[in-house]
Design a protein around this ligand. Sequence first.
Ligand code: G3P
Length: 227
Amino acid sequence: MKLYIDDADTKKIRELMNYLPIDGITTNPTIIARSARPPFEVLREIREIIGHGRDLHVEVLRRDCEGMIEEAHRILRILGDDTYIKIPVTPDGYRAIRALSEEGVRVTATAILSPMQAFLAAKAGASFVAPYVNRIDEMGYDGEGVALSIREMLAVHEYPCEVLAASFKNSMQIQSLCEEGIECVTAPPDVLEALIFNPSTDVSVDRFEQNFRRAYGEDATMLTVPE
Ligand code: G3P
């Protein structure tokens, strides 16, 4: 399963990438605005941090197909041809997904709330489809179920398109999809941190250290004890 950070805070991205096996960064207009920095300045810095070996997803703002395509070309010119262009699944969005995919642009269809929205984006040529798991949950439906149903449909129809599950608010939403083998998950830093931090783990580590030091001396580690 690929794991992305859904954020544009470059300090946080550097910090998380130090210890988590991160495969890329996803952004959206809200995330970029939250950075309070010029969009291409922050996106260039993210590209610099992750290089071209990891994925960067950037969303367009224009609502018309022609505008989306123009924005996509500008994003690719500035951030590299390997950047994924996020296009929302509106009628103009489907046109843009199709046109850009035919050009060979990597497209991530986004703001997906139902299996058929995803299916049609994949049919139009999207490389990724991004169902918003928590937002679907909040609407009273089953976000994980929608993500899995999309994956099933793409597999049955043999579309070369992966599910990039997004909009997570807690660890269990991610764990359930991980257990089912979802291809890709993107989550904000606090949700990613909550996947691994547990105060009881720290208590265990503290006790190990105290017991070892009591037996072998202050500051003893496996480097200081005799062979
Ligand atoms: O990046 C898109 C998606 O992750 C939105 O998440 O938290 O705004 O529902 P959220």
